[in-house]
Design a protein around this ligand. Structure first.
Ligand code: BES
Ligand code: ZN
Ligand code: ZN
Length: 502
């Protein structure tokens, strides 16, 4: 998508689509009426009584000839007192959706009609770009293989934004928003790809792809190296699969070497059939999304490098399938993690924690400032929070504050969940140090978090985000979410956390 600022001019413009925004309190669009077209638009909106001004309501005036403006699209933004960056994100998402359904690829969007509400210009630009780019995500590359022509004729949207001349701050915001949203769309695509086309090797290649042209360094460990690094808990999950496990390492240095790195770890389970503790057939195809935590971490790294964030960041994505080959983990098998902790695999379907365990040990050894994991870890979090909030777990008051601040800025919905010694107690093993299955009933997401915590150095603050409910099919609650498919959950918050560390 191309988003550019229109050259300021008092002349009429020739355009197929012109977008303006109106609040419920406004009698007409906030146009200054410098050109004949603007005067005509303002007049039209004043005269038209049926104009829908409620939040995300759309009115389209087609086939006009308003001094060069062919179609006028009016987006309602609701009550002015409720105005926030989220209003802008949704309003611009609605604008893109309306333009796309009118098949208008080139359009003008009047940002002046969104100014002078209580939002600084940079945030306005960021939310606007996020709304446009996030709403533009589609996943249809696997459709219409025989019709290459139709595919090639699909044009990239090109939007010119009309502004008041406070362009520097707006441009900064737009650029930041576009980078963040493009990284989110990148991650969504990885999630939506079927498992045969998104294997651990392909996921690793995608991490290299997003690093191209940036200062990101990507290293991929193969099975032999993973073995040499004593990541037996991770490798055990890979044994039932023909596809080789990969350990993806991403590094970005944007600050002095003396500054501790931030660390993200993502679950890169490219398909989870459950292993010998096999999942039911109904809905199993959804387990291609079990690498969404990894995809979100890859997207986060890609965005931070493009934003040239002044922080040091490292990321680890253990990637494997969880299948049923002759060598697969059997219930009761014991594996020793990199830190020497022995684990009884009492349910082969609780594999996310097994692959993250070794990654967390390795991450801790790098002495990061903190570690955040993103994982589609438990069905229990879906029971607890549905697909509205991402549940997160941390024992660190300071890190919780950082998380909350970042999520308030990103406007992603998160909810803090409990994590205590009681949960850790429930993960003790009978024959080994730990069991991957809680020996208690309920609180399955908290016991999973307590298991992960055993592999993090006590001196490193740790937060775990269970995105099993929010990583896909999140109910189209936001108009910039796909109706079905991967959402790119927690990327915007992860990026914001790192930006706040600058
Ligand atoms: N990938 C699943 C978690 C999951 C379930 C994500 C449903 C999204 C929707 C994970 O590997 C898993 O199977 N967890 C088990 C753990 C249990 C056996 C302790 C679960 O949640 O049932
Ligand atoms: Zn599983
Ligand atoms: Zn899983």
């Amino acid at each position: 998508m191309k988003i550019v600022l229109a050259k300021s001019s008092t002349q009429d413009i020739k355009t197929k689509g012109y977008v303006v925004f109106v609040s419920e309190e406004q009698k007409k669009a906030k146009l200054e009426g410098k050109s004949a077209a603007e005067k005509a638009i303002a007049q039209k909106l004043t005269k038209y009584e049926g104009l829908a001004k409620g939040k995300n309501k759309v009115t389209v005036f087609r086939a006009l000839d308003l001094h060069g403006v062919e179609n006028l699209i009016v987006i309602g933004i609701g009550k002015e007192e409720d105005f926030s960056a989220e209003t802008v994100r949704q309003a611009l998402a609605e604008a893109h959706r309306a333009l796309a359904s009118e098949k208008i690829e080139k359009a003008h969007i009047d940002m002046r009609t969104l100014e002078n509400f209580k939002l600084d210009t940079e945030s306005l630009g960021q939310a606007a770009a996020e709304g446009l780019v996030l709403a533009s995500y589609t996943f249809d590359e696997l459709k219409g293989h025989s019709d290459k022509k139709a595919k090639a004729s699909k044009k990239e949207a090109h939007y010119e934004l009309m502004t008041n001349g406070k362009d520097k701050a707006l441009e900064r915001g737009l650029k930041q928003g576009q980078i963040i949203a493009e990284a989110t769309n990148f991650a969504r695509r990885l999630g939506d790809m079927p498992a045969n086309l998104m294997t651990p090797s392909i996921l690793a290649q995608e991490a290299k792809n997003i690093a191209k042209g940036t200062d990101l360094k990507v290293t991929v460990w193969d099975k032999a190296r993973i073995k040499k690094e004593r990541m037996e808990s991770f490798l055990g999950v890979n044994l039932g699969s023909h596809e080789e496990a990969k350990f993806i390492i991403m590094e970005y240095r944007g600050a002095a070497a003396s500054k501790k790195p931030l660390c993200y770890v993502g679950k890169g389970l490219t398909f989870d059939c459950g292993g010998i503790s096999i999942k039911p057939a109904a809905g199993m195809e959804e387990m291609k999304y079990d690498m969404c935590g990894g995809a979100s971490v890859i997207g986060t790294m890609g965005a931070l490098a493009r934003l040239k964030a002044k922080v040091n960041v490292i990321a680890y994505i253990p990637a494997t399938e969880n299948l049923i080959g002759p060598e697969a983990n059997k219930p009761g098998d014991v594996r020793i993690a990199r830190n020497g902790i022995s684990i009884e695999v009492n349910n082969t379907d609780a594999e996310g924690r097994l692959i993250l365990a070794d990654a967390l040990v390795y991450a801790s050894e790098q002495k990061p400032k903190w570690i955040c994991t993103a994982a589609t870890l438990t069905g229990a979090i879906v029971v607890a929070l549905g697909n509205i909030h991402t549940g997160y777990f941390t024992r660190s008051r300071e890190l919780a504050k950082e998380v909350e601040t970042a999520a308030e800025q990103s406007e992603e919905l998160i909810w803090r969940m409990p994590l205590t010694d009681f949960h850790a107690e429930d993960m003790k093993g009978t024959y080994a140090d730990l069991s991957n299955l809680a020996n208690s009933r309920g609180a399955g997401s908290a016991t999973a978090a307590a298991f992960l915590e055993q592999f993090v150095d006590k001196s490193v603050p740790f937060a775990h985000f269970d995105i099993a409910g929010t990583a896909w099919n999140a109910g189209n609650r936001f108009n910039y979410f796909p109706k079905k498919g991967a959402t790119g959950a927690i990327i915007r918050t992860f990026i914001q956390m790192a930006l706040n560390e600058q």
